[in-house]
Design a protein around this ligand. Structure first.
Ligand SMILES: *[C@@H]1O[C@H](CO)[C@@H](O)[C@H](O)[C@H]1NC(C)=O
Ligand SMILES: [Mn+2]
Length: 420
């Protein structure tokens, strides 16, 4: 009896203890200064979220440097340590599907001024969550990172320490911009499948096989995982709503959320969803199909428009773009794009410049007029020679924009009111 009472008191006290105790802030190891120490750091029973008031002077400098350079909190990322378990994030029914596609896969990651701890945790997560028999290599391609953002030395040391033979490190000393750098990086790859990922992602369990399955069924398929949210301030992982990708007549990207009731039908929770577009940061494609389509247009500058280009030509030239609910990849949605475009075209408006190139190749006259109406500045922009790009369309006997609108993206059709 006494024992019981004693035990109850103990239990009550320890319970109260749990609910009131706030976890201590995790130790901060600066990966740039002590790479080995950071890699051996096991975060346990501590809170990785930065409390700004508690930062020492040096830590505050690093914190501000992070916000300014990366548009996320690098202190929190450092504190999170090298290996966090994202776990299984897809619907339970995804576990029952047959994922038997076998390909050799090259993962291609282009980075420019990326935070070290973010990129290393991503790589460790990839090696842990990608079946070794599918993984040919991970290509990490530095698009001319500057000054203290150069990571080649750290990456080489990281590769040695971890024994990651499949990690291939490249650096281009001249800034190419994300789009050309992706093309150059993909040309270094030797796998049958290219998987492009932004340099600030963390993959969930079983992220890869569901991306490969539809490509096995139809080689002219581009697959896109669901981009889950990694918060730029506290780095918590949360699931995002499943969305198709599209664009408007200014050729600006937009999400088209899939209504909840779509998932009331059981099989829709694991079935791929056709999408008119793609976000561009995360996707998988056969290397030979990507080459056949003319890769990305290397005349595109720095950032923007390449996702629209690839979406249009994939659909028009006999392929399809699918969103894969069973594949989950966390992506840090940064507070802003942290770098300047440094491009001379169109006064630095590279997204506009790129859109004109894409529009003049892939849109028909009627659609082109709508584009120019949406972006009047576009009319006077000289985008140079397009003959190589136009040739792709001809050689592959691609369908036209009217077909695409009718069959793939009817939401672009004029509403009756527009016609009046
Ligand atoms: C971690 O700390 C942050 C900031 O003080 C707080 O908002 C959050 O609730 C804490 N989380 C846990 C699990 O203690
Ligand atoms: Mn990104």
């Amino acid at each position: 009896m006494w024992l019981f009472i004693l035990a109850s008191i103990f239990w009550a006290v320890s319970c109260e203890d749990q609910s009131e105790k706030t976890l201590p802030t995790c130790k901060h190891i600066d990966a740039y200064k002590d790479l080995k120490g950071w890699l051996n750091y096991e975060q346990k029973d501590c809170n990785h979220t930065t409390v700004e008031e508690e930062l020492s002077r040096d830590e505050k400098i690093l914190y501000d440097f992070g916000l300014k350079s990366f548009a996320f909190d690098v202190m929190t990322s450092d504190r999170m340590g090298p290996a966090r378990k994202i776990g299984y994030q897809a619907h339970e029914l995804c576990k029952k599907q047959n994922w038997d596609a076998k390909f050799s896969v090259s993962i291609v990651i282009v980075h420019h001024n990326e935070a070290l701890s973010v990129l290393l945790r991503m790589l460790i997560g990839l090696f842990e969550n990608t079946p070794a028999e599918l993984l040919k290599e991970i290509i990490v391609y530095d698009d001319a990172s500057e000054g203290e953002h150069r990571l080649d030395k750290y990456l080489e040391e990281f590769k040695q320490i971890k024994g990651y033979d499949k990690l291939k490190i490249f650096r281009n000393p001249e800034r190419q911009g994300l789009i050309r750098a992706k093309v150059l990086a993909s040309r270094e790859a030797s796998g049958e499948i290219l998987v492009f990922l932004d340099s600030h992602c963390e993959v969930a369990e079983n992220w890869l096989p569901p991306l490969l399955q539809p490509i096995k069924e139809n080689p002219k398929t581009v697959t896109v995982p669901v981009a889950d949210l990694i918060n730029p301030a506290h780095f918590e992982y949360s699931k995002s709503m499943i969305a198709r990708s599209g664009f408007d007549w200014s050729l600006s990207f937009k999400w088209d959320y899939v209504p909840w009731d779509h998932f009331d039908v059981e099989e829709n929770n694991y079935k791929p969803i056709e999408s008119p577009g793609m976000p561009g940061g995360l996707m998988a494609v056969r290397a030979d199909f990507f080459k056949e389509l003319g890769e990305y247009d290397t005349g595109l500058e720095i950032w923007g428009g390449e996702n629209v280009e690839l979406s249009l030509k994939t659909w028009m030239c006999g392929g399809r773009v699918l969103v894969i609910p069973c594949s989950r990849v966390g992506h840090v949605f940064r507070m802003r794009r942290p770098y300047n475009s440094k491009s001379k075209v169109a006064g630095g408006a590279t997204q506009l410049y790129n859109s004109v190139r894409v529009a003049k190749v892939w849109l028909d006259e009627e659609s082109l007029n709508k584009f120019f109406k949406a972006r009047p500045r576009a009319k006077n922009i000289d985008v140079g020679d397009l003959s190589e790009r136009l040739k792709i369309k001809e050689t592959l006997k691609c369908k036209d924009m009217a077909w695409y609108i009718e069959n793939v993206y009817p939401a672009l059709k004029p509403k009756v009111r527009d016609e009046l």
